[in-house]
Ligand binder design. Structure first.
Ligand code: MG
Length: 257
């Protein structure tokens, strides 16, 4: 599918598809590959782990699993590659090992443009909620250092708060519950196809950023309403994007008079 890269077109198409004017009050923000440039490290850790299980997969493959909980990723790869489900012990032990391999990687950097994106949201009165499939306490613990004040401790949905991980809509639905917003009052900010699918199924306006090897078309296929080439690109258009619904209202009002 051809991705929509123009924010005005994306907002209009969202309103037409859902029957609701979009009036953002909360931003539901993914962590890996969105707030942190952590996906290359995750992919390397997964590749090493699976290689040790006799499962040879490409580095890029792991970007497609991003967003799933660790247990779900292990189980789905076991089913596909070994023809059987992973046991609970395997899911726990292998995910613990993957966490060790992740932590052995070079330090992860905040995503360029993410701090600006978060402050634009704050300046526009948008509540910020973290929504991650990760249980990596090493990165979650860094949030308050790298992005001071951006996410209150209670404004975080992690793998521990949900029964079903992405691509199920539960993580984003839980985040909206927390924020007290309707889908048409929410913006999801994602980088992975499964995360985008989760956001779209929750009903929120979903923006996908190409921060890794996943092509824009794949993010459009997952349902992204708007696809942008980087976090910096989102930070730069965010003030205009957030004010777009009000401009539409003014146009509608002037047409009615
Ligand atoms: Mg992500």
């Amino acid at each position: 599918m051809t991705p929509c890269t123009d924010y005005k077109t994306a907002v209009r198409a969202y309103t037409e598809a859902t029957g609701h004017e979009w009036h953002p009050r909360a931003a539901l923000i993914d962590m890996d590959g969105t707030l942190y440039d952590s996906m290359p490290n995750h992919a390397r850790a997964w590749k090493r782990l699976m290689h040790e299980q006799g499962i040879e997969l490409s580095y890029e493959e792991f970007f497609l699993h991003e967003g799933r909980t660790g247990a779900d990723t292990i189980d789905s790869l076991f089913r596909r590659e070994l023809g059987r489900a992973a046991t609970d012990d395997e899911k726990r032990d292998l995910y613990n090992l993957k966490t060790v391999y992740f932590q052995e990687q070079p330090p992860v950097n905040p995503m360029p443009g993410a701090a600006q994106m978060l402050s634009e949201l704050e300046d526009n009165g948008i509540r910020r909620i973290l929504v991650t499939g990760s249980g990596q306490s090493s990165l979650i613990g860094r949030l308050s250092t790298d992005y001071p004040g951006a996410f209150a401790v209670d404004d975080r949905i992690t793998s521990r708060n949900v029964t079903h991980g992405k691509p199920h809509p539960e993580p984003y639905l839980r985040a909206m519950e927390l924020a007290g917003t309707q889908p048409w009052e929410s913006i999801v900010i994602e980088n992975a196809p499964l995360g985008v699918e989760s956001g779209v199924r929750s009903g929120a306006f979903t923006v996908a950023l190409t921060t890794g090897p996943i092509p824009p078309e794949t993010l459009a296929d997952a349902g992204a309403h708007l696809v942008l080439p980087s976090m910096q690109a989102l930070a730069d258009i965010l003030p205009k994007l957030l004010q777009e619904p009000e401009k539409n209202d003014q146009i509608i009002k002037s047409l009615n008079h």
